[in-house]
Design a protein around this ligand. Structure first.
Ligand code: SF4
Length: 142
């Protein structure tokens, strides 16, 4: 996981949905973006640091474009980034991605199936694309 002094232009921040497959998918999609699809131009940080008001984490979301990936409509990552004064350039919800995969069996809270990885990779590809646009547009630092 990234740290809060990142120099990467775009922060991808997953929710902390423990105990739900959608939460696991938000984290795995994030790692696919930061470690593979958009490595070098993205980084992540721990949502819990923001929730507790860690100064470095707050400064990071205020100085970088943020893409949040939430497991469900409660949108914990999106809301906490916004509450910390960060700029949410795009908010993704894993549950939305299932609309194109009716009947998919993604796995459980600890492991994804092939279906789950297919959806996580789709989310990651979309987020990486958005991160590239933000980065190329030069609009990532306020
Ligand atoms: S967005 Fe949904 S899955 Fe993620 S932490 Fe919040 S309640 Fe849990």
């Amino acid at each position: 996981m990234g740290n809060t002094s990142t120099q990467s232009p775009v922060l991808v921040i997953p929710c902390s949905g423990i105990g739900k497959v959608h939460g696991l998918m938000s984290r795995e999609a994030t790692y696919l973006v930061t470690d593979e699809c958009a490595a070098g131009r993205t980084d992540t940080l721990c949502l819990a640091l923001l929730v507790k008001g860690d100064p470095d984490a707050v400064a990071a979301v205020r100085s970088h474009a943020c893409i949040t990936i939430d497991g469900c409509a409660k949108a914990c990552a999106e809301k906490n980034v916004a509450m910390a004064g960060g700029r949410v350039a795009r908010a993704v919800q894993v549950a939305e991605a299932f609309k194109n995969h009716r009947g998919a069996k993604p796995g459980n809270a600890t492991a994804l199936t092939d279906d789950g990885w297919v959806i996580a990779r789709e989310i990651a590809a979309s987020v990486a694309c958005e991160a590239a646009s933000l980065s190329d547009a030069g609009e990532v630092i306020r």
